[in-house]
Design a protein around this ligand. Structure first.
Ligand code: ACO
Length: 342
């Protein structure tokens, strides 16, 4: 468990300077899903706020989504790919279990960057942001690209109406740069895990034992589609997200009304509204694009951030409280300022 206070021992700061995003090329509406499972636009919109999701086409990979989002962020930052020290890819749906970040590094042409994957489901982007910040604050690195990307359409049971209506494919990227401690954009963070409650949301291996030789056996199998106890995950989210945000705001001496934006993992509009209500924040301060994309797991936070940066809602200097939550169980929160490109 890593908790606040976050800044002790920090020698430098982190600036969030640019963003990018990408989506699956195929848009599927709630009504279209009704061709496949017994559901309706009215049920999905009322219970989740979702209207459409974007699903990767047959020729679109997780590396492609990540590359597209990363290229946009580099372009906004005005950086050469060669100047990156790290490409950190938060994903639970890699193209390759050995890691997809190196493929993204190659596609970007980031020849000097080390690249690796980080897995923390829907909390993955925030966990990766905080991880990257450690390299930057210590002075070990100067420029990092953090990408949150997931292609859950590969792992959804498209005949299970309880889960298939929720998810989509996407990627979001944020370019981070080392800066001085007095200009630090990452004001605070808190990260949590509770594996004891992990069985309410899984994308797990199921194996059978097969004889290998006379005296030894091995496991044969593969990953099963997503299984979720929706009500348990819902209760977990509406309890833990306000609690960790409250802790973070108190630890950083931040009044909720001083926030410009609440940027939460996009899983369910009812969860977003419930969290806003706990802090008496107007719903207009809660960023939401659920209606268009559904839950894109590790991508939701940077994808939403990028949209709001590009349409001008998020301005340099804005103070943003963010929280991610999901499988693991894992959850976390971060308070940061958007700097934008210089
Ligand atoms: N269309 C129509 N009816 C449906 C559908 C559907 N797509 N899905 C379920 N139903 C039915 C159920 O069968 C049930 O019918 P019954 O009463 O006859 O048995 C009824 O609707 C109610 O089902 P509930 O599961 O109780 O519905 P609920 O109100 O809890 O909403 C939902 C379900 C939307 C999944 C909600 O529980 C939720 O959002 N949970 C949180 C999920 C989440 O946030 N996940 C994030 C993490 S994801 C990650 O980390 C990868």
């Amino acid at each position: 468990m890593t908790g606040s206070p976050p800044l002790s021992g920090a020698t430098g700061g982190v600036a969030l300077v640019a963003s990018g995003s990408a989506r699956g090329t195929q848009q599927i509406s709630n009504s279209q899903l009704g061709q496949r499972v017994d559901t309706s636009d009215e049920w999905i919109r009322t219970r989740t706020g979702i209207g459409n999701r974007c699903i990767c086409g047959p020729d679109q990979s997780l590396a492609d989504l990540s590359h597209q989002a990363g290229t946009q962020a580099l372009s906004m930052a005005g950086w050469d790919a060669d100047s990156l020290d790290l490409v950190l890819l938060a994903t639970s749906t890699p193209d390759d279990l050995f890691g997809t970040a190196p493929k993204v590094q190659a596609l970007l042409g980031a020849r000097n960057a080390v690249a690796f994957d980080l897995t923390a489901a829907c909390s993955g982007f925030l966990f990766a942001l905080v991880t990257a910040a450690q390299f930057l604050r210590t002075g070990a690195m100067r420029r990092v690209l953090v990408i949150g990307a997931d292609q859950l359409s590969r792992w959804v049971d498209w005949d299970d109406r309880r889960t298939c209506v929720l998810f989509g494919d996407g990627a979001g990227a944020v370019a981070l740069e080392a800066t001085s401690a007095d200009r630090d954009g990452l004001v605070g963070f808190a990260l949590r895990s509770d594996g004891a409650r992990g069985n309410c949301l899984n994308l797990a291996q199921h194996n059978e034992r097969q004889t290998l030789v006379d005296s030894a056996s091995h496991q044969v199998g593969g990953y099963q589609p997503i299984s979720m106890n929706g009500q348990e995950v819902y209760k977990f989210a509406v309890r833990e997200v306000p609690a960790i945000l409250k802790q973070l705001l108190e630890a950083t001496d931040t009044a909720p009304e001083s926030l410009d934006w609440l940027l939460l993992h996009q899983a369910n509009q009812r969860i977003l509204d419930a969290v806003a209500d706990r802090f008496n924040l107007p719903h207009a301060k809660v960023l939401s694009n659920l209606a268009h994309y559904g839950n894109t797991s590790a991508a939701t936070i940077p994808l939403m951030l990028d949209e709001a940066v590009r349409d001008g809602r998020i301005q340099p200097g804005h103070r943003i409280a963010s929280s991610g939550f999901g499988a693991g169980l894992s959850w976390g929160a971060a308070l940061f300022h958007w700097q934008g490109p210089s």
